[in-house]
Design a protein around this ligand. Structure first.
Ligand SMILES: [Zn+2]
Length: 375
C-alpha cells in the first residue's frame, strides 16, 4: 500500500465521525484526571505533535479497519459514538477528533490508536450486556490515548529510531515505520502491565465521573473469563491465569478505595441498539496468526521484528485465550510461523474497511446524557 493513500484517505474519510470540538469543551471542565501535565515532560523526547499523532492514528486505524473490516451500520456507530463521546468529553483531551469504530469480527477485542481512534469489535459488543460495561471498555481505551500509551509504545520501539532533525510528518519513511510499529504494538503485543493498570484505574474513574457504575469493566472481564472456561486445555489454562484474577481484584480495590459510587448501568438502552449474539470462542473462524495482514492472507506469517517483548502485557486482548501475557511472549519469541492461533485476535474480519460516518452535535450528546441520567 502506498504511503500517500494510507495517510491521506483515512484522514478525509473519517472526518465525518468526529465529535465536534465544542461538544467536548462544553463538558470538558467537569473534571480532570490528575497526572496529565506531568506526563508531558516524559514525552518531550518523542517529538510527536498533536497533528502528527492524529496522522499516525489515522493511518494505524486504516490498517486495523483493513484487517477486521467495519460493521456497516450507522445506528450502531452512532450509539457507540454517543457513549464514547460522553466519556471523551470528560477526559483530559476532550478536543481530540475522537472516532469510535465497530470492527466486523466475532473476536472479542478493542484497540486504541493514537489521536483518538477507538476500535471495538462486534464480538465485544455481543458479549457486553449494558452501557456501563461498554463505558468501562471505552473508558479503558480512551485512557490509552489520553495518557499517550500509544505514542510511548513507538518511542520505545527500536524499529523507529529518529534522527535528531527528523520528524514524523517530515519523513514518510519514518511515518510508515511508526505506523507499522504502532499497529504491531496495539494489535499483536498489547501494552505493558503498567499501562494496562493505569488504563483500568483511570478508565473506571472516567466512567464513574459521568455517572456510569464503575463495576462495568469488571463485569465484562469476568464474563470474558467465563467465556474461556469450556475451551480447550490451552485456553482454559490461560483463562485461569492469575493475572486476570489480580486485575479483577485491583478493579474492585480501586472502586472501594476511591469510593466510586455512580450507578447507571442502562441495560435497556444498550439492548435497544446492540442486538448481536456472541460467537463461542471455539466457533470463531480465524486467519493464521502472524499474518495480521491487510489482506487477511493466511499463507505465511511475517518474520517477527526484533523488539524487546513487553512484560506481562494484559490488555483487553491479552487476557483472551492464548492471546497474551507470558504465553504470547513465548510465541512471539519463536519463529513467526510457530505462533499459536488466538481465536479472538486472529478472528476473520469483514471485507468492508470503509468508515461509517456519523455526526454528533453537542445537543445530541446532552440529550443522550439526560435520557440516561448521566452527568
Ligand atoms: Zn488496554
Amino acid at each position: 500500500m502506498k504511503r500517500q493513500s494510507l495517510v491521506g484517505c483515512a484522514v478525509v474519510a473519517l472526518l465525518g465521525l468526529t465529535i465536534p470540538a465544542h461538544a467536548g469543551r462544553q463538558f470538558g471542565q467537569l473534571g480532570k484526571i490528575g497526572g496529565a501535565v506531568k506526563k508531558v515532560n516524559d514525552l518531550r523526547e518523542l517529538q510527536v505533535t498533536d497533528q502528527e499523532e492524529a496522522q499516525l492514528g489515522a493511518a494505524v486505524s486504516e490498517r486495523i479497519r483493513a484487517r477486521y473490516g467495519v460493521v456497516q451500520d450507522a445506528a450502531v456507530h452512532r450509539y457507540l459514538a454517543m457513549v464514547g463521546g460522553v466519556l471523551a468529553a470528560a477526559s483530559t483531551r476532550p478536543a481530540l477528533p475522537w472516532t469510535f469504530i465497530v470492527l466486523d469480527t466475532d473476536g472479542v477485542n478493542a484497540f486504541a490508536a493514537p489521536g483518538g481512534y477507538v476500535h471495538v469489535t462486534r464480538g465485544a459488543l455481543a458479549l457486553i450486556q449494558d452501557e456501563s460495561e461498554l463505558a468501562g471498555v471505552l473508558g479503558h481505551e480512551i485512557i490509552h490515548v489520553t495518557e499517550k500509551h500509544t505514542i510511548r509504545s513507538i518511542q520505545k520501539s527500536k524499529a523507529v529510531q529518529m534522527g535528531a532533525a527528523e520528524t514524523l510528518s517530515g519523513s514518510s519513511a519514518l511515518l510508515e515505520k511508526a505506523v507499522t510499529a504502532t499497529y504491531d504494538n496495539i494489535v499483536d503485543k498489547g501494552f505493558g502491565r503498567e499501562e494496562e493498570n493505569e488504563s483500568d484505574e483511570k478508565g473506571l474513574e472516567l466512567a464513574n465521573r459521568v455517572g456510569y457504575a464503575p463495576s462495568g469493566l469488571g463485569e465484562f472481564l469476568t464474563r470474558l473469563k467465563d467465556r474461556n472456561k469450556d475451551a480447550t486445555e490451552k485456553r482454559g489454562l490461560f483463562a485461569s491465569h492469575p493475572e486476570m484474577q489480580s486485575r479483577l481484584d485491583n478493579l474492585k480495590k480501586e472502586i472501594a478505595a476511591k469510593k466510586l459510587a455512580s450507578t447507571a448501568t442502562l441495560a435497556d438502552r444498550y439492548k435497544k441498539f446492540i442486538t448481536y449474539t456472541p460467537t463461542p470462542v471455539t466457533e470463531i473462524a480465524t486467519v493464521a496468526a502472524g499474518s495480521a495482514g491487510l489482506t487477511g492472507d493466511t499463507k505465511k506469517a511475517e518474520p517477527k521484528k526484533e523488539e524487546p517483548k513487553k512484560k506481562g502485557g494484559f490488555g483487553l486482548s491479552r487476557m483472551l485465550p492464548g492471546g497474551g501475557g507470558e504465553k504470547q511472549q513465548a510465541q512471539v519469541t519463536g519463529s513467526g510461523s510457530a505462533r499459536g492461533v488466538d481465536p479472538e485476535k486472529d478472528a476473520k474480519g469483514g471485507s468492508n474497511p470503509n468508515p461509517v460516518p456519523v455526526t454528533i452535535a453537542a445537543a445530541d450528546l446532552a440529550a443522550f446524557k439526560k435520557e440516561g441520567g448521566l452527568r
